[in-house]
Design a protein around this ligand. Structure first.
Ligand code: G6P
Length: 558
């Protein structure tokens, strides 16, 4: 999703270019940079990767940059940010949506402003230009902009004199100080290793960055520092590989934290779990554990919540690794009544603002677009909270699974890379892993994959089965007898059977054996083989698993 980065200080353009590259992981289709030159603002922008778009940039005391994931206005050079005002003295980069942009654009055009893009964002910089003319002051001009725009936004306006005016409402924005300058960023990762103090602006706050420092108007909270080693690729080829293999450490750190802080939730009433993407699969896992214990719990895909929620719950559990997913935040923003519990991997993220209680996964920053270690640590938190199983051996077991599965997955990826479609099947709790396995394969290796409860597969999906069609079964030991019939039905029609189990079986053509664990913990051990298969298949197909097309790491629009 869109990213914002900016610096005032030594080597500002250079920092912004490297910051843009760091932000690449969030997903983008266009990019651009603006540099303050004293008498004007220089802008270079366009469709494509940062290396292609930003190729010769003058030096200057301040610069801002943007990665765009198109929403309003097509993917064109003109629509890429930054956008200039009519005088060429100010440039804006913006994430989010200005809801009343149509009306404002009409007004501004009538007053003589000339627009050069179709974006909603461009109104901000023309309003700012008017504000300066009206009030003769940048902060007043910023207040004028804020009084006119409606919607969700995080933006930064660079002035030719090297000041940067920033504001946020509903989209993330951080300001920071380091020994070489001051910074603005939509994401904590580009600030790792450069900033000493990082602050998240509260919703509705704004700030002015200048060579003298950062002046914040409104509330803000300090964001904990991230250890720079956590975002280094090391000897791995891709972040996804690194993050899959980090899972034993991530699960262990999460367990240590949960025990140290003695994290417990006392819930008794109707519970709704809300989340998107992979985190939704964690929500399903939470629903299963809670229902098993007699709670009235239900998991919802966040973007569907308002249509399906029914009677108001007593508690909402929101799960989001980034803590910035708009589909989730928009639910929390509009809640009035239920107590909100959040599970996130990102201290200082917006979800904290809307939650009464927050528990963290200690996975460390996840750079690969596909969620891997954040998922297994979300399951770890939920198991700690709602299962009676003994979790102490989990980190070691996850390590064992990775070690034994990697060679099998790497070999099988050569076969799978030539297929077009696959099913992931399971029963009961194993359906959750099936769903996550299918999502990984689809998003990373671009192979059409669907997950079904195994029993349901004969009510339609089986029509596609022909010789060599891959069917991935997730089967905890007590489900092996339950799925045997489904396996045979598939096999009889020529399907290739790949299976993850912690039991003994002869049912599979390709078998991933994992340590025998409590059934409720099996989802934490059964998912790594599917992550590895998706990863190695992507590599086999020549696809960069860290930057899958059209996807964004954190989706900050509805
Ligand atoms: C995007 C990502 C997914 C992620 C989902 C939810 O779609 O590509 O990998 O699972 O957002 O993200 P969250 O940060 O809320 O867990």
């Amino acid at each position: 999703m869109c990213g914002i980065i900016g610096k005032i200080g030594l080597g500002a353009p250079r920092f912004v270019i490297s910051g843009l590259k760091t932000l690449e992981y969030r997903g983008y289709d266009s990019s651009g940079i603006a540099v303050a030159l004293g008498d004007a603002v220089f802008v270079q922008k366009g469709v494509g990767t940062i290396d292609r778009v930003v190729y010769s940039v003058p030096n200057g005391v301040a610069a801002i940059g943007h990665t765009r994931w198109a929403t309003h206005g097509g993917v064109t050079d003109f629509n890429a940010h930054p956008h200039l005002d009519c005088s060429g003295q100010y440039a804006v980069v913006h994430n989010g949506i200005i809801e009343n942009h149509g009306e404002l654009r009409g007004e501004l055009v009538r007053r003589g402003h000339v627009f050069s893009s179709e974006t909603d964002s461009e109104v901000i910089v023309h309003l700012f230009e008017e504000g300066v003319q009206k009030y003769g002051d940048g902060v007043e001009a910023l207040r004028y902009v804020l009084s006119r725009i409606r919607g969700q936004y995080a933006f930064a306006i660079l002035s030719r004199d090297g000041r940067v005016y920033v504001a946020r409402k509903g989209a993330p924005l951080l300001v920071a100080k380091g020994k070489d300058g001051v910074y603005v960023s939509s994401d904590p990762v580009p600030l790792v290793g450069v900033a000493d103090e990082v602050y998240r602006l509260a919703d509705g706050s704004y700030a002015v960055l200048s060579p003298d420092g950062v002046q914040i108007f409104g509330e803000y909270v300090p964001v904990p520092r991230v250890d720079a080693r956590r975002v280094e690729l090391g000897s791995h080829r891709h972040y996804m590989e690194k993050e899959i293999f980090e899972q034993p450490r991530a699960v262990k750190d999460t367990l240590d934290y949960l025990r140290r802080e003695n994290v417990r939730w006392e819930l008794d009433g109707r519970i709704h779990l809300v989340a998107a993407g992979t985190s939704y699969h964690a929500a399903l896992y939470g629903e299963y554990l809670l229902r098993k214990r007699g709670y009235d719990a239900q998991a919802f895909i966040a973007s569907e919540y308002e249509y399906w929620k029914g009677k108001e719950p007593d508690y909402v559990i929101a799960i989001s690794q980034s803590g910035e997913t708009e589909d989730v935040l928009s639910i929390l923003r509009n809640l009035d009544g239920p107590e909100v519990y959040a599970i996130t991997n990102t201290p200082g993220s917006t979800i904290e603002e809307y939650s009464d209680h927050v528990v963290y996964t200690r996975a460390g920053p996840e750079v690969g677009v596909a969620a891997t270690k954040t998922y297994t640590t979300q399951l770890t938190v939920l198991a700690h909270l709602f299962s009676d199983a003994n979790l102490s051996e989990l980190p070691g077991f996850v390590g064992d699974v990775l070690e034994s599965s990697a060679p099998i997955a790497r070999t099988y990826a050569k076969v799978l890379s030539r297929k077009n479609s696959a099913y992931f099947l399971g029963r009961g709790l194993d359906v959750v892993t099936a769903k996550e396995g299918a999502l990984k394969l689809k998003e990373i290796a671009y192979i059409h994959a669907e997950a079904y409860p195994a029993g349901e597969s004969k009510h339609g999906p089986i029509a596609l089965i022909e010789s060599g069609f891959p069917v991935f079964f997730t089967a905890s030991k007590n489900m092996l007898s339950e799925i045997e019939g489904n396996v045979q039905e598939m096999r009889a029609r020529g399907a290739e059977i790949v299976m993850v189990t912690d039991g003994e079986t002869e049912l599979a053509d390709v078998l991933f054996s994992v340590p025998n664990v409590d059934t409720e913990l099996f989802p934490i051990l059964s998912v790594p083989p599917w992550q590895l298969i998706a990863y190695y298949t992507a590599v086999e197909r020549g696809v960069n698993p860290d930057r899958p097309r059209n996807l964004a790491k954190s989706v900050t629009v509805k």
